[in-house]
Ligand binder design. Structure first.
Ligand code: GLA
Length: 399
């Protein structure tokens, strides 16, 4: 059964109320530009052909109830007027106190942030039942969280007549993630999940929030982009992600700039003399990665996707050696894919697990997949999940 039908069925079993509509948003792969978003730099992600669906029914009362096929017997409900009390305050506190399960904090956090952004009182909107189903793998670094935020945000915007723009809905998703869930992430995932276009990357300036589609042309050039999900799970609300973010902020403060966006490749010599060795390497990753995003956009436009392999590899090396967010499984995936003929490969997303991507010749998918799977077996790692993705549309209404 398709995820869309699963969402509809779950809604029917939940409430029996008629479906007011089904909305969805995409998972995403980041082609290049990692950890640059919260440094106000550049990214080039794209929405993928894996989606999260939200089937929505309107209630006669003032309650928002959310349910997911991942845990169908435990829907979570809350009066709309309580959302602000629960989520305003310390980031992620309601989740940490166990008041709201983490998965439900994404959609309920979106409901809270959307009302706040639109300047609407809780009593001006109808209660809703929202049932989610998804074929975006969870914890694989493919932004299953942005997909649930996007499906919710687009549904609420229409049903509650909030009149918000796409970029505002992306910001609402990020607010939910930062404040309600407590994960200190940037804006990349939400923009690519919600505002992606078919066959295009989303070149986003994370400072101005201006974005434009960049033709990827993989299929036209006889190429396929494989995702290699290492099955190593990661979470961004704790641990390494937060630590790297703090290192970047420390680096920017020592260099006297508002964000590392302001530091160019030519400034790195000075940065080396001011910063301690580890902070310098964290800074160097961000600075060179921003440059690689710009170079990738230019290369795609001038030479096409066959010419970007070296940039992908350089990005991976920088994350492995300077930013130190790769893991052995991701390095093995990249090395084995390249040894088997991939034009380029890199880990994608926040790191510490999740997925790698490999750009391969159409027709070579099997060969590369087998090589990676063999390398994993040899290293004693769990079997990876490998599948192709295509650049797809962002969020919208399906039914
Ligand atoms: C996660 C975050 C994004 C971004 C990436 C790293 O996906 O949600 O905001 O920081 O990591 O590029």
């Amino acid at each position: 059964m398709s995820a869309l039908d699963e969402a509809r069925d779950l809604l029917a079993s939940l409430s029996g109320a008629p479906v007011a509509g089904v909305w969805s948003s995409a998972g995403r792969v980041n082609l290049i530009g990692e950890h640059t978003d919260y440094n106000e730099g550049f990214v080039l992600p794209f929405a993928i052909d894996r989606r999260t669906y939200a089937a929505v029914g309107v209630r006669a009362d003032d309650i928002v109830r959310v349910a997911s096929t991942f845990d169908p017997d435990h829907p979570v409900e809350m009066p709309i007027a309580r959302l602000a009390t629960v989520f305003a305050g310390d980031a992620g506190a309601a989740v940490q106190r166990g008041e709201v399960p983490e998965w439900a904090a994404y959609p309920l956090g979106v409901a809270w942030a959307a009302l706040d952004a639109a300047g609407r009182g809780a009593h001006t909107v109808a209660g809703l039942d929202i049932a989610f189903a998804s074929d975006v793998p969870v914890g694989a670094g493919l932004s299953s969280s942005a997909a649930i935020e996007g499906a919710t945000a687009f549904a609420l915007d229409e049903l509650w007549q909030l009149g918000l723009e796409g970029i505002q809905l992306a910001q609402i998703g990020r607010t939910a993630e930062n404040e309600a869930v407590g994960a200190p992430t940037g804006i990349m995932d939400q923009v690519s999940s919600m505002l992606g276009r078919v066959d295009a990357g989303t070149f986003l300036d994370c400072r101005s929030l201006e974005f434009e589609p960049v033709d990827l042309g993989f299929a036209r050039e006889g190429l396929v982009l494989l995702v290699i999900d290492t099955q190593v799970k990661h979470a961004h609300s704790t641990g390494g992600y937060r630590d790297r973010r703090e290192a970047c902020e420390r680096g920017a403060a020592h260099l006297g700039v508002p964000a590392l966006r302001n530091v160019g490749v030519d400034d790195l010599d000075r940065a080396r003399s001011v910063l301690d060795e580890v902070t310098f390497r964290r800074v160097r990753h961000i600075v060179t990665e921003n440059q690689r995003v710009l170079d990738t956009v230019r290369t795609l436009r001038e030479q096409g996707p066959r010419a970007i392999g070296e940039l992908l590899l350089a990005s991976h090396a920088s994350m492995r050696d300077d930013f130190e967010i790769s893991v052995a499984e991701l390095d093995t995936a990249v090395d084995a894919a390249v040894a088997a003929g991939a034009l380029g490969a890199r880990m994608t997303g926040g790191g510490f697990g999740g997925a790698a991507i490999a750009l391969v010749e159409a027709g070579a998918e099997e060969h590369v997949s087998r090589a990676v799977t063999d390398a994993f077996a040899q290293a004693g790692f769990a079997q990876p999940r490998i599948f192709p993705v295509t650049a797809s549309a962002g969020a919208g209404r399906d039914v």
